[in-house]
Design a protein around this ligand. Structure first.
Ligand SMILES: [Zn+2]
Length: 490
């Protein structure tokens, strides 16, 4: 009798988990130069004169048989949660029979069209072309639907590589010097053909190698990364950036990339430098997939937790820009919010936490956590932290630091994301920057500095605050993600 019970128990435990499925698609989203195209990033009125290489929306969809998730990368400076991401999701829901979580991260390309509105002819005029934006949102939605239509049984392979050369490509321009140079990779391989369906690469850096003088549309280093990765592996390459605040960049003479053809460093702000960086990261990603740490998962489950929340728009420049229509996103005042959002449009799936208003004013955004489980395991194999902007790495990896001159030098520290993420015991933790939004720099309150004296008695103010929603954003974002991690572990 005892034996029989044991047998039943074993039977229950070995019921096979659902096999994963995956699909991929990409679409060219290069703007036509028939109308003026303002290039995003750096100063105003940088109009495009030519197209060096197309920019893209790229999508990898994954399903555990119950939940469908679309991992989307777009070669633009950023997309707003409202109106862009909300509209893209609505459109996908219209077009697709399958319910799907659409997760869109911008690569933060500084050499593509202005999709935020901040780099128009003058600071008082938007550089965002609404006609292009409507077309772009449609391309993103169509790309997701296309990838969903191509789903087939797939093996997921996770890998990472942390060789030192990757760190040499990331200049950290603000104290404290904290960064993660690891390349994280997720590859989906067809179980029928053995061919690559798609490969997602996650690495923290600003795609701005071409700098502030370039007038040719390009995906920057992602251009060469896609090309090389698809050459090596086939399928569709997708790129997601990481914690790039404070400020992680390949720009500047300090980041030297030796050109094997000349034996000399590639010229600063050149296509050659962008090409060598993209190619190198692609080769590292492809090698990682063959390394000992690469982990294959055939079946299991997905969890997606999303939390809409509000972040006060404390930045006066952004408030004015929003008021005059340069910054094209809604800004809410208290009282107006509840009637419109209390029902929370993300309630349709039981695993989404009901929308709970956090700050109750200003811009609406979203944080998220995705976990992918191997059928046999209790702990996730991979975790994705979805961060709606450019987070300072110390808010993710630790070492938030107090400096003389800071405006709130005694402010309490925000929760550090990795301290909680590591408790899930996930083997691969992807940190996704500009996920589903671009709220700007996310800066620890105790490092915030808008008033003299400047940090560490520097002669001038630090860079960052000017492009941040405000000092309240970090706590709201990090506490939101920590709450989701705690829910995941319950
Ligand atoms: Zn940036």
């Amino acid at each position: 009798m005892k034996f029989k019970w044991c047998g039943l128990l074993t039977l229950l435990l070995v019921v096979p988990a659902s096999a994963f499925q995956a699909g991929a698609a990409k679409r060219d989203i290069t703007p036509s130069l028939d109308r003026p195209v303002f290039i995003a990033g750096f100063g105003n009125n940088r109009t495009a004169t030519a197209i060096h290489d197309p920019i893209w929306v790229r999508c990898l969809t994954i399903s555990d048989g119950k939940r469908n998730v679309a991992f989307v990368g777009v070669d633009v400076i950023g997309l707003f949660y409202e109106p862009d991401i909300v509209a893209i999701r609505q459109r996908v829901n219209q077009l697709s029979k399958k319910p799907v979580y659409v997760l869109v991260a911008s690569t933060h390309n500084h050499e593509g069209p202005d999709t935020l509105g901040l780099w128009g002819p003058t600071p008082l005029q938007s550089g965002r072309d609404e006609k292009y934006m409507a077309w772009l949102r449609e391309q993103i939605a169509q790309c997701v639907v296309e990838a969903l239509g191509r789903m087939e049984p797939a093996t997921l392979i996770f890998a990472k590589d942390e060789r030192k050369e990757l760190a040499d490509l990331q200049l950290d321009t603000r104290m404290p010097h904290v960064k993660d140079h690891t390349v994280y990779v997720l590859q989906a391989v067809s179980r029928k053909t053995g061919k690559t369906i798609g490969t997602l690469v996650n690495w923290a850096n600003h795609p701005e190698v071409l700098g502030s003088k370039n007038r040719e549309i390009t995906a920057d280093f992602c251009w060469a990364l896609y090309r090389r990765l698809e050459e090596l592996l086939g399928g569709v390459a997708v790129f997601w950036t990481g914690a790039i605040g404070g400020l992680i960049t390949p720009l500047g003479e300090e980041v030297k990339v030796i050109d094997p053809e000349t034996g000399q460093p590639a010229p600063e702000a050149s296509f050659r430098k962008a090409e060598l960086i993209g190619k190198f990261v692609a080769e590292v990603a492809a090698e990682a997939l063959k390394s000992k740490n690469a982990t294959k998962v055939d079946s299991g489950s997905l969890k997606v937790l999303l939390q809409p929340l509000f972040v006060p728009l404390q930045n006066h420049r952004f408030r004015i820009a929003a008021a005059i229509g340069v910054l094209k996103r809604p800004v809410y005042t208290k009282g107006k919010i509840d009637e419109r959002f209390e029902t929370g449009e993300l309630k349709q799936d039981g695993i989404v936490i009901k929308a709970k208003m956090v700050a109750g004013e200003d811009i609406r955004t979203e944080v998220g956590v995705i976990a992918i489980y191997d059928g046999k395991q209790k702990n996730p194999t991979a975790l994705f932290l979805l961060i709606p902007g450019e987070i300072y790495p110390e808010l993710v990896y630790g070492n938030i630091t107090r400096y003389p001159g800071a405006d709130f030098k005694d402010a309490p520290f925000e929760p550090v994301l990795m301290e909680y993420a590591k408790k899930t015991r996930a083997k691969f933790i992807f940190v996704v920057g500009l996920a589903n939004d671009e709220i700007g720099y996310i800066i620890p309150q105790c490092e915030w500095d808008e008033q003299p004296p400047w940090l560490n008695n520097a002669p001038q103010r630090p860079y960052g605050e000017v492009n941040s929603a405000g000092w309240k954003a970090a706590r709201i974002v990090n506490e939101g993600i920590v709450a989701l991690l705690k829910t995941l572990m319950r």
